[in-house]
Write a protein that binds this ligand. Structure first.
Ligand SMILES: O=C(O)c1cc(=O)[nH]c(=O)n1[C@@H]1O[C@H](COP(=O)(O)O)[C@@H](O)[C@H]1O
Length: 273
């Protein structure tokens, strides 16, 4: 079985380094002329799949916007996961889950087990109940060839209060980086435990050199970061996957215009790397 790290490396080689988030904000539904209900959500999300899944390496549906519509919204999320995967994109379900280990095992079943309708190729996780509490998810991902992206340094300004706090001579974020690196050691071409490090940061302030795993870099576009920030923060040669949602999605409702915006961004990122 090919692990997520290897599958992601192959997808980036074939399609370029870009993740596009599917974030059906109520304001975007308005802008696309769609109703703020489950039907509008479905048309929005499936247009994104039609526009992007055949060309872009990774799609990242944001679970919150689907959950906001209850069980009908979650059913749309399941459809997005299945259809985007069938069209050739890797699917990163952005659910940012984190809980005590025994509950984490249930989240692992939901997002990382074979046969679960909510399992894509990877899921975002929060380590702030302790990195060790994520163990059931890491073990399930390893067993099923899936991946995780663990929040290390998020793109929002409030994150620093927790993530830059220091304990045992290093920042909390560095402890998360080190735990992920230990888990990825020796994997070729890279491990399946990724990190989230915002592209909006003034500096990372952490040593990512031993990570041997992918870095999801949110904040490109609507939160003010651009391709030059990726080069500035991460340099060349790392496995950096920039992600953008609103700045691509605002080009809808025409699927061709959404696709063109995503391809433009992908090419800009490649030209700046
Ligand atoms: O995990 C994420 O994708 C994420 C991490 C982070 O640090 N910051 C961040 O904005 N995100 C997600 O990225 C999306 C916002 O992207 P933009 O619309 O491009 O700003 C939302 O779904 C956020 O939850």
């Amino acid at each position: 079985m090919t692990g997520f790290g290897a599958r992601l490396a192959a997808a980036v080689d074939a399609r370029g380094a870009l993740c596009v988030g599917i974030d059906p904000h109520p304001g975007l539904l308005d802008a696309w002329g769609l109703p703020r209900d489950a039907e509008g959500l479905e048309r929005f999300a499936l247009t994104c799949v039609e526009a992007l899944a055949g060309e872009i390496a990774v799609l990242k549906p944001q679970s919150a916007f689907f959950e906001a519509h209850g069980s009908r919204g979650v059913a749309v999320l399941e459809r997005v996961i299945a259809e985007a995967g069938a069209a050739g994109a890797l699917v990163l379900v952005d659910a940012k889950r984190g809980d005590i280990g025994s509950t984490m095992a249930a989240y692992a079943q939901a997002y990382l087990a074979d046969g679960s309708p909510l399992a894509g190729d990877a899921v975002t996780l929060s380590p702030y109940l302790g990195f060790g509490s994520l163990e059931p998810a890491l073990a399930t991902a390893e067993a099923t060839g899936r991946g995780v992206f663990v929040l290390a340094l998020t793109s929002n300004p409030e994150g620093a209060q927790v993530q830059r706090a220091r304990a045992d001579g290093r920042s909390v974020a560095q402890a998360v980086v080190d735990a992920a690196a230990a888990r990825n050691a020796g994997a070729v071409p890279m491990g399946s435990i990724g990190l989230v490090v915002g592209a909006t940061l003034a500096e990372t302030g952490v040593d990512l050199s031993a990570l041997n795993g992918p870095i999801l870099a949110p904040g490109v576009g609507a939160q003010g970061a651009g391709p030059a920030d990726l080069a500035r923060l991460f340099g060349a040669g790392r496995h950096v996957l920039p992600t953008s949602s609103r700045d691509v999605l605002r080009h809808g409702p025409d699927a061709g215009a959404v696709r063109a915006a995503a391809l433009r961004l992908r090419d800009e990122v490649a030209a700046t790397a």
